[in-house]
Unconditional design. Structure first.
Length: 72
């Protein structure tokens, strides 16, 4: 079985994120997409996918933590 489905999963999360007006839902879905892209990059041994996914995940995590701190 091919791990190509991981790439489709990442794409699906990205598309779902773009469909949301809520910034928190957008960031959560994009974070899931980034995790999927990292997994796909590891499978393909594609360093640009891994680096990009990790950077996106860090950015979205930072903003989600900032949002959660501002709500309390």
């Amino acid at each position: 079985m091919s791990a190509e489905w991981i790439g489709y999963l990442a794409l699906g999360f990205s598309l779902m994120a773009m469909a949301h007006n809520n910034i928190i839902k957008l960031r959560v879905l994009h974070a899931l997409s980034a995790i999927s892209y990292v997994g796909y990059g590891i499978y393909l041994e594609a360093l640009p996918l891994i680096i990009g996914g990790v950077l996106f995940l860090m950015i979205h995590s930072y903003h989600l933590l900032r949002f959660s701190k501002n709500k309390t």
